[in-house]
Ligand binder design. Structure first.
Ligand SMILES: C[S@@+](CC[C@H](N)C(=O)[O-])C[C@H]1O[C@@H](n2cnc3c(N)ncnc32)[C@H](O)[C@@H]1O
Length: 300
């Protein structure tokens, strides 16, 4: 029997109309809203860039797990593949295509001659990777690129969003190491006497004008992603601007319950406090008064 909604202006029908209107508005808003992230009801994403969080697997989001579960082909570093192993059973996992961003978008003649061999090597590897992704998508497969932390904070896959723009890739945000690191410190970088701002930065590189000594002049809290650069160099650059009593903290292995390590000090003594300890690849440097800031100024 057909379900006919009578047009009599009863209270029940009024509620039905309001309900239908509300549903319509919700669906159209939902579609627009979802469209912004590339995911819509009628559009099954075929390419995901997934942030799997820092440290232990329980810092992965449910959305990241769902995206990985949907994938047929997964690109990941060996460490990430190990961390996500539980969700990778039965999937094709490719491990060798990690750091393909250098020189992306640059012409060969723009690169110094002594770097052209490396340019060619990376260009060839990138082409292979691009082909693998496109072939998989053409065959109706879902591809996921996995990255630690948040994929768009110093992530090696950011270039793929441009390369595969036509595939409307979906980015799954992740908790960054930065979030896990100040959780380990139990300090808020947005709470300090003279600043409510945090600067995320990394080593200075050619062409970068917002260098560490320049950024430090702003007086904001700083979180420095280190990426294998020399620890003492960072401290030297900070000392060009900031006084030696500026608080500093190092957080290693943020988000790993059993490995997290915090070293605190100030710009004048931190090098000596760290000396003799091997710093891991996974460590962040925090700088700023927030590290010693207390809401209660005196012991009451
Ligand atoms: C290529 S960046 C990747 C950052 C990542 N996308 C994120 O959002 O955390 C690598 C740098 O991030 C920092 N890092 C990554 N994981 C970390 C962790 N678990 N603990 C502390 N620092 C970490 C280190 O400074 C490392 O050199």
């Amino acid at each position: 029997m057909a379900n006919i909604v009578s047009c009599q202006p009863t209270r029940r029908n009024y509620l039905r109309v309001v309900g239908i209107l509300f549903l319509g508005i919700t669906i159209s808003y939902g579609e627009n809203f979802a469209w912004a992230s590339g995911e819509t009801a009628g559009n099954r994403p075929q390419l995901y860039l997934v942030g799997v969080g820092p440290g232990d697997p329980d810092l992965m989001t449910l959305r990241a797990i769902r995206a990985i579960q949907q994938a047929d082909l997964v690109f990941a570093s060996p460490g990430i593949a190990k961390k996500c192993a539980e969700y990778l059973t039965g999937k094709e996992v490719v491990e060798g295509y990690w750091r393909l961003f250098p020189y992306y978008g640059q012409k060969r003649e723009e690169v110094p001659e002594e770097e052209r061999e490396e340019y060619d090597r990376l260009a060839a590897q990138r082409q292979k990777f691009i082909q693998m992704v496109r072939q998989a998508v053409a065959a109706g497969k879902v591809v996921a690129l996995l990255d630690n932390g948040d994929p768009l904070i110093y992530g090696p896959w950011a270039w793929t969003l441009e390369e595969f723009e036509d595939l409307n890739p979906v980015v799954i945000p992740g908790l960054s190491a930065f979030n896990a690191a100040h959780a380990a410190l139990r300090k808020s970088p947005t709470n300090a006497t003279r600043t409510k701002s945090v600067i995320l930065t990394a080593n200075d590189w050619p062409g970068k004008t917002d260098t560490i000594p320049e950024l430090a002049k702003l007086g904001a809290s700083m979180a420095i992603f280190t990426m294998r650069a020399e620890f003492e160099d960072f401290i030297g650059k900070l000392r060009q601007t900031l006084p030696d009593d500026t608080p500093v903290a190092i957080v290693e292995y943020a988000g790993y319950k059993d490995r997290e390590r915090v070293i605190t000090g100030n710009l004048g003594d931190i090098v000596q406090r760290v000396s003799g300890k091997d710093l891991a690849f996974e460590y962040l440097i925090y700088v700023g008064e927030f590290l010693t800031f207390r809401h209660r100024k005196s012991a009451e």
